[in-house]
Design a protein around this ligand. Structure first.
Ligand SMILES: Nc1ncnc2c1ncn2[C@@H]1O[C@H](COP(=O)(O)OP(=O)(O)OP(=O)(O)O)[C@@H](O)[C@H]1O
Length: 703
């Protein structure tokens, strides 16, 4: 049952909201600075409350209560509620079959010395990487690649796929008959979807190459000046690690780049790279490789290498060996219930894929009405990172704008600040939370700094987009929160895969609105099991933080987790968020922009998920609350223009919003920015020029 159900029909709310409040110093009421309004359970007994800590805070005057009410109050707890807990949709029961998840055995007892590897390579693995025995994927993949075969490799997140290709690559290059020269240029090309993953893979390869100093690795990833990348290419890079976009920039504009000796093509996160976003770039790269050399060893890897990708892989693979550590991709029979049928219908025609999830990963889902999303997220952060401590958390959002906005909001409202140092506050209040943010619209320098900082830190909260969903190996991450649901079960798998890596423990939390409950069945149809975490339980953690207490000093503090007091505290916290957002016109506009980006992202869920994520099921006013906005914005599409005609309309219709929001195009831009090459304007000009030349030259794209 939804929190607040049973409180329906409570009157007097609008009156309370309209009431103007005197400031504690008798100043005139400040317009829009609405203070917390709490309604009593009993009609007629309405009291406005100021935010906690105010000296003018008034408890409900007893004289306002009738004798009868006083009598009933002696026997019942004094229940108050606020608009935050009113008119929320019921939280549905989760009906789904318990499914058996695919499991993989990550480890083997076999040591690397069983393989025919150079002794220096084995000692580097043991002493530099501190690794003794192979993982299952390494045991199966390394011998296949050492034989010179092409391979398609699928194994769960965090199971050691980087070394599964890195070790045979280094073994083969160090043993080449004529010793590799730096000036030879690339012998191997490793493609990865993001800059951070490029840096990480480079780091691993560099470690493996320690005893073989004549082989030079290098990374091209955008963000860096193209001039210096060009200079490095001119000097020579033998193992080239790159994002597709940046490599295409160089293919088009850097004369010295060539692939005459490129014998290896490795595509990590292949399903991501071979999907639509990168299709053109991959075509350009394959053309460039094929033009200079006929044969090559090709490897595709991912935790979610699906049948669709296998078909695409035929473009680049030659008689590949298919390595899948979990059971074979299974065709799941049509589920019996209607709910399941709906969720899986389109997946079945593509081939239903089940993915392995690390055994040490505990997955949760929490149903939260839109209005309560922000306070519940905040309560969850406080519970894990402040009260339990020692947690390192990643929170996924669906747009760069939301990451920026929530980062600022959470830092300002939760991170302590002078307020938490006030005497009389609980010591817990002064434990500061460390928030970081990562998304594709950030400057590369800052992106790298943040990535390195989060990589090294033992605790902290990283707010990010899917730019951090793939491949990143960030040690000690204990919690993954998906504040916005991912667009596919494959992306769900990659996001949660940032924790519970290589045998470590970890947990994940997916936040869904009640209207999105069917997503749980969709996950189950892919053999993904999630347990429910109750919102009320998470909100109850606010009882540990006195900053959100309504009680005046001296008044007897209630012990335990009185649900009404939890609601009061949630309301105080929500008010803090709203006060921050409404503290200036700039922050209001920022919140609106973030809200709009959320709505844009919402319109781009794939067709087969539209019955779960449809913008029509969203209540704009409720969603606005989770952005700290007091009302549903009425001029979303005209941002930041003021005074649009629609301002006079009582409310923006959703159909209008859908029509006028440049949803898909805008989101496509947002997503592109996540994976963009970071090319500068000068580069863009070169790109245009080259495009013209290419058209004239009638370049071939592989079928
Ligand atoms: N044989 C091994 N024994 C112990 N640790 C290992 C072994 N091989 C790799 N690792 C470590 O496991 C972690 C995860 O490896 P890696 O990043 O290659 O996983 P992955 O399978 O590529 O994950 P994802 O699918 O998320 O990209 C790394 O920290 C790596 O150093």
């Amino acid at each position: 049952m939804a929190a607040g159900v049973g409180m329906r029909g409570l009157g007097g709310q609008s009156g309370a909201l309209k009431r103007k409040l005197q400031s504690p110093h008798g100043n005139p009421p400040v317009k829009r600075k609405r203070k917390l309004s709490v309604n009593t359970f009993r009609k007629g007994a309405i009291a406005d409350r100021r935010e906690e800590g105010s000296s003018s805070q008034k408890s409900l005057p007893k004289k306002h209560l009738t004798d009868k009410q006083n009598e009933s109050q002696k026997t019942k707890p004094f229940i108050k509620t606020s608009s935050l807990f009113k008119n929320n949709p019921d939280i549905p029961e989760i009906h789904r079959k318990e499914v058996r998840q695919l499991q993989e055995n990550v480890f083997t007892t076999d040591s690397f010395s069983q393989l025919d590897l150079h002794p220096h390579l084995i000692s580097t693995i043991n002493t530099v990487l501190n690794i003794c025995s192979m993982t299952s994927v390494q045991k199966q993949t390394i011998p296949v690649l050492l034989q010179g075969r092409d391979a398609l490799v699928r194994s769960q997140t965090g199971s050691g796929k980087t070394l599964a290709y890195g070790i045979p690559l280094v073994q083969s290059l160090q043993g080449m008959e004529s010793k590799i020269q730096r000036s030879d240029g690339p012998y191997a090309l490793v493609l990865v979807p993001t800059r951070e993953l490029a840096l990480q893979s480079f780091d691993t390869i560099q470690k493996l190459l320690k005893p073989f100093t004549w082989i030079v690795p290098g990374v091209l990833m955008g963000g860096e000046k193209r001039k210096s990348e060009k200079a490095r290419l001119r000097k020579g890079i033998n193992i080239l690690i790159s994002t597709p976009g940046r490599l295409v920039d160089h293919i088009r504009s850097t004369e010295c780049i060539h692939f005459r000796r490129t014998q290896w093509l490795i595509i990590d996160e292949a399903d991501r790279i071979l999907d639509l976003g990168f299709e053109k770039d991959v075509a350009v790269i394959l053309n460039a490789l094929n033009a200079e050399r006929e044969t090559r060893q090709n490897v595709l890897l991912s935790a979610t290498l699906t049948e669709g990708v296998t078909r695409l892989a035929h473009i680049s693979l030659n008689d590949p060996v298919s390595i899948s550590i979990a059971d074979e991709i299974q065709k799941v029979p049509e589920p019996a219930s209607q709910t399941d049928r709906k969720a899986s219908s389109s997946s079945n025609c593509m081939g239903q894929e089940n993915f392995a999830v690390p055994e040490t990963l505990q997955q949760y889902v929490m149903m939260v009405p839109s209005k309560l999303r922000l306070v519940t997220l905040a309560a969850f952060i406080l519970q894990k990172c402040k009260f339990e401590k020692h947690h390192k958390m990643i929170i996924f959002f669906s747009s760069c704008e939301q990451v920026e906005f929530y980062h600022e909001l959470l830092v300002k409202v939760l991170s302590g600040g002078p307020e938490s140092e006030q005497p009389g506050r609980s010591p817990l209040s002064s434990v500061s939370l460390h928030f970081l943010r990562l998304h594709g619209d950030m400057e590369q320098e800052e992106r790298t700094e943040v990535f390195q900082e989060f990589l090294k830190s033992k605790t902290g909260i990283l707010l990010c987009t899917d730019v951090a969903a793939r491949g990143l190996d960030l040690p000690q991450v204990t919690w993954i929160v998906q504040y916005n649901a991912p667009a596919s079960p494959a992306e769900y798998i990659h996001r949660i895969g940032r924790t519970a890596r290589i045998g470590c423990r970890g947990s994940s939390l997916l936040v869904l609105a009640p209207s999105e409950a069917e997503y749980v069945s969709l996950l189950a149809s892919h053999k993904i099991n999630v347990s429910e975490l109750k919102m009320e339980k998470v909100l109850a953690s606010l009882m540990k933080d006195d900053r959100f207490s309504l009680h005046r000093p001296g008044r007897k503090k209630s012990c335990g987790k009185n649900p009404q007091e939890v609601r009061e505290r949630a309301t105080v916290l929500q008010t803090k968020f709203e006060n921050h957002v409404h503290s200036s016109e700039g922050t209001v506009q920022w919140a609106k922009k973030a809200l709009q980006s959320f709505l844009c992202a919402y319109t781009t869920y794939p067709k087969d998920l539209k019955h779960i994520f449809h913008i029509k099921s969203l209540h704009l006013g409720h969603v606005a609350k989770s952005f700290g906005l007091r009302d549903a914005p009425q001029n979303l599409t005209a941002l930041p223009t003021a005074g649009s005609k629609r301002k006079t309309k009582p409310r923006l219709k959703r159909s209008e919003l859908l029509k006028k929001t440049p949803g898909k195009r805008r989101l496509a831009e947002l997503l592109r920015s996540e994976y963009s090459s970071g090319m500068d304007t000068a580069g863009a000009k070169v790109k245009k020029k080259k495009k013209k030349q290419r058209k004239a030259g009638n370049q071939q794209i592989p079928a």
